[in-house]
Design a protein around this ligand. Structure first.
Ligand code: SAJ
Length: 427
């Protein structure tokens, strides 16, 4: 079956999803509230860092099967891909509500309404139901489903085509209809359940990751105190067939993992101790990094170079990035900071070239493990810097090479020994 599909919200999920539906043979109409984005896409300009996404969207636009439109169009299926951030710790569903209202205005009974955005359990039917009711329409006259995305930034197209998915239908028939629609581009297994279960499963997946990372972060702190290398320990523990611990780090960023656990803990704050504790553990990691820097560099007017502004390696997305928090904490303590990132273009703090970040710095803090940073030569970095201290929050750099280059290397989750020859503060 080929359909006329409207994709509402052309962000990092909507745009590749629209391209995937177009590649699946459908006629896709994309709409976004951002007029500048619409104009740029309509002119064939796809300003997306991820190459596979850019190419898929360009192909879809060039084929004419994806068209960007200036109003929510009449369609057989509507796919809503709006962001759902938190505001003051509470889910902020305004973008979804706004889109639902616009869809309710034009959608005719019999249309398929699909929400992809991550929402608290119960929200799909509630939000769509209210939007339709406000226009004298009934939810029961539409096919309704929640089909949460699962793709990871960095491998969006591959995961969109290959990952297994969960479709939550308001009725089993709605679920089956939407399953067949997604099977037009998704080769992974598509399981059908209820809307509330699909909503729950989505936030459970991201909360599982948050809790697992918090466990790793807690282990890092304990291992440091015990004089044990947490990285080696986790790697060896993970050789057990039923152990799979994630990696510690400077904190958990992105727009999903730090946010979605709130959707669960809000549902019952009394029954979600573990989930809330994991959030606190992960939120404290930027503090831990800043405190470590303060212990090691404590002279007036010190400058700290921060490597990486993206929330994780090799992407240009800096939402909820631990870098921002670490930078703020260091500046609060009176440090001058300089941030370098080869991928990120937009950041709330100024970014600078690598050489400018390193020039006169007393310490270098690796926050994001971008592959491009592998090219940094310790001796050359040291020649630009005033001090010789590396704080590596991801065990990213080969410590021996940096120590040979005269650096003291303080790696998160490893006992810190000052290299005898290294002095991070000039005499
Ligand atoms: N991180 C660690 N240690 C790890 C893994 C990650 O500290 O071992 C940190 C990263 O550095 C980053 C943050 O966690 O700051 C989140 O990164 P991520 O790679 O875990 O996840 P996201 O936010 O890029 O994407 C997640 C994915 N969810 C799961 O893997 C369960 C993705 O599949 C979802 O589609 C996405 O959230 C989403 O949109 O919900």
């Amino acid at each position: 079956m080929t359909m006329r599909i409207a994709v509402i919200g052309l962000g990092y999920i909507g745009l590749p999803t629209a391209a995937a539906f177009a590649a699946g043979g459908h006629r896709v109409l994309g709409y976004d509230a951002n007029a500048a984005l619409r104009a740029s896409l309509a002119a064939g300009r796809v300003e997306v860092d991820e190459r596979a996404v850019r190419e898929a969207v360009e192909t879809a636009l060039a084929s004419g099967r994806l068209q960007v439109v200036d109003a929510v169009p009449d369609a057989e299926a509507y796919v809503l891909c709006l962001p759902t951030p938190t505001r003051g710790g509470m889910p902020d569903l305004r973008a979804v509500e706004h889109a639902a209202a616009a869809v309710a205005e034009v959608a005719a009974p019999g249309a398929i309404l699909i929400l992809e955005s991550t929402v608290p359990p119960g929200a799909t039917e509630r939000v769509l139901g209210r939007a339709l009711a406000a226009r004298g329409k009934a939810l029961a006259d539409f096919h309704v489903a929640h089909c949460p995305e699962r793709v990871i930034p960095g491998a969006i197209m591959r995961e969109l085509r290959g990952n297994a998915r969960v479709v939550g239908g308001r009725t089993p028939e709605d679920g089956e209809l939407v399953r067949r629609l997604y099977a037009s581009f998704c080769a992974g297994e598509i399981a059908v359940t209820s809307t509330a279960a699909a909503e729950f499963i989505k936030v459970v997946e991201n909360t599982y990751r948050d809790v697992n990372i918090a466990f790793a972060n807690e282990l890092a702190v304990v291992a440091e105190e015990l004089g044990i290398d947490v990285w080696e320990s986790i790697a060896l523990a993970n050789k057990h067939p039923r152990v799979a611990i994630l990696a510690p780090g400077p904190g958990v960023g992105g727009h999903c993992i730090p946010v979605d656990p709130h959707f669960l803990s809000d549902a019952n704050p009394f029954a979600t101790e573990l989930i809330q504790a994991a959030r606190r553990v992960n939120d404290r990691m930027p503090h831990r990094v800043a405190r470590r820097v303060a212990e090691l560099v404590n002279h007036e007017g010190a400058k700290i170079a921060l490597l990486g502004a993206a929330y994780k390696a090799d992407i240009d997305d800096a939402r909820e990035s631990p870098t921002l928090r670490i930078d703020a904490l260091l500046r609060e303590r009176g440090y001058e900071t300089a941030i370098h990132d080869p991928h990120v273009a937009r950041f709330p703090r100024p970014l600078c070239a690598l050489e400018d970040a390193l020039a006169g710095a007393d310490a270098l803090v690796l926050v994001t493990g971008h592959a491009a940073f592998r090219a940094i030569v310790p001796a050359r970095a040291g020649a630009l810097m005033r001090g010789r201290l590396l704080v590596d929050t991801r065990a990213f750099f080969p410590a021996a090479a940096w120590e040979n280059g005269g650096f003291a290397c303080c790696v998160l989750g490893r006992p810190f020994r000052r290299a005898p020859a290294a002095a991070e503060v000039p005499a």
